[in-house]
Design a protein around this ligand. Structure first.
Ligand SMILES: [Zn+2]
Length: 89
């Protein structure tokens, strides 16, 4: 009987997943790399110059050109979610 290739494909084990995405900071970093693979780009003006501002625990990127603030989750399905990213992941 042929082995089911989907069921037995190589994947990420639960311990490996938790090692890589077990904390909120790791999930934020992973999202940043997915959203801005070439580095931060302001969604308003496209500038790559920014500074980081924290609102409580929320990491916010403030554009140095237009001063708009954005988070890595703004404009995504994760925006305004009360669930932590670790649960989403
Ligand atoms: Zn900007």
């Amino acid at each position: 009987m042929a082995q089911n290739r989907i069921q037995f494909q190589k994947g990420l084990s639960l311990p490996d997943f938790l090692r890589d995405f077990g904390t909120e900071e790791q999930c934020v970093t992973a999202l940043e790399q997915m959203r801005w693979p070439q580095g931060f780009a302001c969604p308003t003006c496209g500038s790559s110059r920014f500074c980081v501002v924290y609102h409580g625990k929320v990491k916010t990127c403030q554009c140095k050109s237009c001063h708009s603030q954005t988070t890595v989750t703004s404009g995504t399905i994760f925006h305004s979610s009360k669930l932590p990213l670790t649960i989403w992941f």
